[in-house]
Design a protein around this ligand. Structure first.
Ligand code: TRP
Length: 483
């Protein structure tokens, strides 16, 4: 996010803490619908796309997508995921951005404001609150995995993977995650970096950093793809990823594919709504959403194309779970020329991608504490960050001390992951779609999406019928209410 945006936000938050009432912008007092954000605006459409891409591209693409695709049998899961991205993800992303830009406030306030303005109810604020809670819960485990990526930087530098066999890298992974002390230290460092930056308001470098990081990650993925194509079981990998075998996919797997579409695009929890609040009026929401969705999907698919050939070439199990990336890639780095360099750069980039996403996850909670309890940003970031850190210990222990402590979906980590991705985000997305296409009037949405042409009709059709019906169908199927 641009420096100006964050600095202004900081100033505004201080003003709120000092007990001053938020001023409405001129336009709003005049009763017209076009507001300007109190926090300033993105410097360009490109800056907005970069910020949203920075939030979208993260562990979800490179760590989570391959591992849950592997657990759900590959091809059919990937197909359902891609369909969900296109027919649910894209329209919900457009809805979040248009709601955000129209309200120009934090998600809770925006939902309350638009709920009333559109003749429904201010109680829509609870949708914003659901997002705050989802962000906190997601970050509680996201930070633990972010810690793993951080810990893999010194491991790569030390040459620990050089020449290692599959059994060696598995042992390194198991040894590391099996030690609650190491993982807690890594989780603490990841959370601390996040809290410090959030407390200060993001520094000037972030926008520039994302500008370098996303293309660099893309280039590195292509290097790895070259390696996987020549030394992995490439055909087998492609076959696993793209040949749909629907027998391998349960309705629960379909729900996970849909949850992953929400997760990877940062949708369903108001994060993109918050970013949309700073979007200039003249920017096309359709073009911006399309670009982000395409960039995010390319990175996820590339990750799969790199990882599965390596899995099959080395006799590993595609369904091995959260350790998949942390085993397959170090193995590849250990065997390829320049592996220490590429491995180190890769884990630095992945940590960075995780970190830019973490900032987006914690921001709604911090903004809420600042505004609701009149705390400074530093206090709010410390309180929210501390809560997240403590909750995260549950996920830390899920891989060691409490690995055998299972209920409902498995370990604490597995339950938090399932609840957020597969219940809270789709539920949030469903309500956002209903709000944008049923509660908001046609005039409001067509004003934001520029007219009533084909692309508007298409958005409205998807958002009004297809997305809600699909989400409900998958939900009901997965819990076994219909079959
Ligand atoms: N999209 C992120 C990833 O793929 C994770 C994420 C989910 C997120 N919801 C978010 C990031 C909200 C920022 C804001 O890694």
């Amino acid at each position: 996010m641009t420096f100006v945006v964050w600095r202004n936000k900081l100033i505004q938050n201080r003003a709120i803490s000092a007990g001053l009432k938020t001023k409405m912008s001129k336009e709003q007092e005049n009763g017209t619908t076009q507001r300007s954000s109190l926090h300033g605006h993105w410097s360009s459409r490109f800056a907005f796309i970069l910020a949203v891409t920075g939030s979208a591209v993260g562990l979800g693409n490179i760590w989570k997508f391959p591992y849950i695709a592997g657990q759900n049998g590959g091809g059919a899961f990937v197909l359902v995921y891609l369909v969900c991205v296109a027919v649910i993800g894209l329209p919900v992303m457009m809805s979040e951005i248009l709601i955000g830009r129209r309200g120009r406030r934090n998600p809770i306030a925006t939902m309350a404001l638009l709920g009333e303005e559109e003749g429904s109810s201010g109680q829509w604020k609870w949708l914003g609150a659901l997002g705050v809670v989802a962000g906190i819960l997601i970050l509680s485990y996201y930070s633990v995995i972010g810690g793993w990526t951080l810990a893999y930087i010194p491991k790569s530098i030390s040459g620990a993977f050089t020449g290692a066999s599959a059994a060696d890298v598995e042992a390194i992974y198991a040894g590391f995650t099996g030690s609650w002390v190491s993982v807690t230290i890594a989780h603490t460092i990841f959370m601390a970096i996040t809290v410090i930056v959030v407390a200060r308001g993001v520094e000037r470098g972030l926008e520039r950093a994302v500008r370098v990081m996303v293309p660099a990650l893309l280039v590195l993925m292509l290097v790895l793809l070259g390696y996987a194509a020549t030394s992995g079981s490439f055909a087998e990998g492609i076959n696993f990823m793209f040949t749909p075998n629907f027998d391998a996919l349960t309705w629960d797997g379909v729900l996970q594919a849909m949850g992953q579409a929400f997760f990877t695009l940062s949708l369903g929890m108001g994060a993109i709504m918050a970013y949309g609040a700073y979007l200039p009026e003249e920017t096309s929401i359709t073009v911006a959403s399309g670009s982000v969705v395409i960039a995010d999907t390319i990175i996820a698919v590339l990750a799969g194309l790199v990882i599965f050939p390596l899995v099959f070439a080395n006799g590993l199990d595609p369904a091995e779970g959260p350790g998949l990336v942390f085993v397959t890639l170090p193995l590849a780095f250990g065997q390829m020329g320049g592996g220490v360099f590429f491995g180190t750069v890769f884990f630095i980039l992945l940590s960075f991608a995780a970190w830019t996403s973490a900032l987006g996850l914690v921001e709604p909670g911090v903004a809420w504490v600042v505004e609701r309890f009149g705390r400074s940003r530093t206090q709010a970031a410390t309180m929210v960050g501390g809560t997240i850190w403590a909750l995260g210990l549950g996920s830390v222990l899920s891989f060691n001390g409490l690995a055998e402590f299972t209920f409902l979906r498995g370990t604490i980590y597995q339950n938090v992951e399932y609840l957020t991705s597969n219940v809270m985000l789709p539920l949030g997305g469903l309500l956002i779609a209903i709000f944008a296409a049923w509660v908001m009037c046609r005039n409001s949405t067509s004003e934001e999406l520029r007219g009533v042409g084909t692309s508007y009709k298409f958005w409205r059709f998807l958002t009004r019928y297809v997305a809600p019906a699909a989400i409900l169908l998958v939900f009901l199927q997965a819990v076994g209410l219909i079959d």
